[in-house]
Design a protein around this ligand. Sequence first.
Ligand code: BGC
Length: 367
Amino acid sequence: MKKFAAAAIAVGAAGALVLTGCSSNSRSTAASSAGSSAAAKGFAADATIGVALPQKTSENWVLAESLFNDGLKSAGFKPLVQFANGGVTEQQNQISSMVEQKAKVIVVGAIDGSQLGSQLKDAKSSGATIIAYDRLLKNTDAVDLYIAFDNYKVGQLQGQALLDGLKARKGNGPYNIELIAGSPDDANSAPFFNGAMSVLEPKIKDGTLVVPSGQTTIEQVSTQGWKAENAQKRMDTILAGTYTDKKLDGILSPNDTLGRAAMTSVKQAGKDVPVVTGQDSEVESVKSIMAGEQYSTIYKDTRELVKQVIATIKDLQAGKDAQVNDTKSYNNGVKVVPAYLLTPVIVTKANAAQVYANDPTLAPLTK
Ligand code: BGC
């Protein structure tokens, strides 16, 4: 597990950025891309805060909506929380409208992190602070902070869970597996996949794992829009084409929705349920894990993530520096975005009760 020293970062309206190391008193100006005027610190305690969420492609996003509304309201702010179910253009318009409504902070969970450049630039010029939420905003310097779970770590945990599950459930290898990745427009899909492949690739090379479809690149295995039907269709095709005389032992799935879709496909093909990974701790998947079907998921407690974002907004409101714990991992193509990364947790049937003990929705499912 990566361990970070927490640091504080002053986020300036004009793009000025001051990093403060926690172990020394020295201050250094790390970057100043848009002029050198001093940061206008603080804003009204009842300011409007915009939260632009993507489509409802998994339960975590739905949960985030009410947590942001309730949490921002009780902190005294005026929340403006919107989904962009219609796609990228809708999200672009929503951000522009948040700027018009003078939002002081705009939190963005992007559908496509590369397509919001001009709206974010306008937002920065208006003096707003931009926080990338869960998904990185790419190819723009108009992003101040990234607050998310450690995505690469999520992938590593998934890769390791697949290996552990195969060993526990499928006897000795070699094992036949197939790979699934997330949507190509989501900035998280690559770190998830690359993290997993950092664990699986050596095992493919040494012959422990075999991918009979031959599809091993992220381009070949991605799932447009994170849609269950797309993952299911692809798996149907692979099973019909490659598995007539083979068993399928395992599936790397980047999240629960796609993992369940893949399991449906395998069951419909009349095959034994393979070892399937996931992410998000969705209710149906936790039930499946407890029933001994899906092997693993990841717990990324949305309550903790939203809490961290709101604490950051409160700090900014009060003119304080925002907390960050990683200043090197997330290069968005233009700059390294200072990040606050939370730690994801792997969940199997063995530790579910313990991991979900304080989650009122999931704890009862483990009893
Ligand atoms: C999130 C995952 C989620 C996926 C689909 C990703 O960006 O990090 O938790 O499963 O989007 O909604």
